[in-house]
Design a protein around this ligand. Structure first.
Ligand code: IPM
Ligand code: MG
Length: 357
């Protein structure tokens, strides 16, 4: 039976980059290599404009039905003054929490062809292959109470709650250790245990879980040090295990080691490996509609979708090899362009990947 894939282009560059990934998937379908049915839905600002909600019930229902979801990006300056529950980001966060996609996998891998596009020296980043395992449905992003209140003295005060239960920590820790077993057997767990109790518990629980994985080396690192180590000597890392907010920040940092945030795919999985796949970058409203965005992170996200949710790892390999091939051919979108390579548009990059399949 064919699998159902929900495509959610979203805002900004979302529609143009997802269109390239759809081209790649369609090519595999035409070949008979892939049996999927794709359906499009609304999310984020695009959904708000049409329906008044960033996550319409129809989208949520389609997301529940789907075997996997491919999302572009959400957000834009025109929505910044909306009440928080109408903002595009709420659509994304609602999908993550509504589907219990608690495990966010963000690989930061350097394609050797792009060593010179990184802002770090080639010898510091060459061979780089890090996996950030970020908890995605808890922590300060979702903790209650939260809000902005007015104190007795008339001053306003903003507040959020940074909270993790043992079970939330345990289940994401298992994901990290199991991922490390398939890689280089090392987990670096990120905390701020010198200041925050919640991450003191994080550290304790991760240490307990580690006992079930004697073949994996566990190291603990404070988040400020981790931010520094990522630009000092990133190759010391294999799997980085983080809470929601630390992972948000560190994954943007890690992505730049690879030359551009435009290269970084991601998977967000629930306990049954149902997943939502999206580039780690945002909606880039400043370049939206110009056909200059880098579609590779989205195309690589589609590859992750084939590997983790659609049971087609060999097709995932093919897409990844096709991406490597177009880089070998010297094709670059503006964000990864360097002297001596050929600058191509978003859609031309998508066509090149299809041709290289
Ligand atoms: C990300 C994004 C989101 C996040 C935003 C758009 C809500 O930055 O996926 O990293 O903070 O998780
Ligand atoms: Mg982010």
């Amino acid at each position: 039976m064919s699998k159902k894939v929900l495509i959610l282009p979203g805002d900004g560059i979302g529609p143009e980059i997802t269109a390239q990934a759809v081209k790649v998937l369609n090519r595999l379908k035409e070949e008979g290599a892939l049996d999927i049915e794709m359906q499009e839905g609304l999310v984020g600002g695009a959904a708000y404009d049409e329906t008044g909600s960033p996550l319409p019930e129809e989208t949520m229902a389609a997301a529940r039905e789907a075997d996997a979801i491919l999302l572009g990006a959400v957000g834009g300056p025109q929505y910044d003054s909306l009440p928080r529950d109408k903002r595009p980001e709420k659509g994304l966060l609602g999908l993550r929490s509504g589907l219990e996609l608690f495990a966010n996998l963000r690989p930061a891998m350097l394609y050797p062809q792009l060593a010179h596009a990184s802002s770090l020296k080639p010898e510091v980043v060459s061979g780089l292959d890090i996996l950030i395992v970020r908890e995605l449905t808890g922590g300060i992003y979702f903790g209650q109470p939260r809000g902005i209140r007015t104190l007795d003295n008339g001053e306003r005060e903003g507040f959020n709650t940074y909270v993790y239960s043992e079970s939330e920590i345990r289940r994401i820790a298992h994901v990290a250790f199991q991922a490390a077993q398939k890689r280089n057997n090392k987990v670096t767990s990120i905390d701020k245990s010198n200041v925050l109790e919640v991450t003191e518990l994080w550290k304790e629980v991760v240490t307990e879980v580690a006992k079930e994985y004697p073949d994996v080396e566990l190291e603990h690192m404070l988040v400020d040090n981790a931010a520094m180590q990522l630009v000092r000597w990133p190759k010391q890392f294999d799997v980085m295990l983080t809470g929601n907010m630390f992972g948000d920040i560190l994954s943007d940092e890690a992505s730049m080691l690879t030359g551009s945030i435009g290269m970084l795919p991601s998977a967000s999985l629930n306990s049954e490996n149902k997943g939502m796949y999206e580039p780690s970058h945002g909606s880039a409203p400043d370049i939206a509609g110009q056909d200059i965005a880098n579609p590779l992170a989205t195309i690589l996200s589609a590859a992750m979708m084939l590997r983790y949710s659609l049971g087609a790892p060999e097709l995932a390999d093919r897409i990844e090899q096709a991406v490597s091939k177009v880089l070998d051919q010297g094709l670059r979108t503006a964000d990864i362009w360097t002297e001596g390579t050929e600058k191509v548009s978003c859609s031309a990059m998508g066509d090149a990947v299809v041709a290289a399949l």
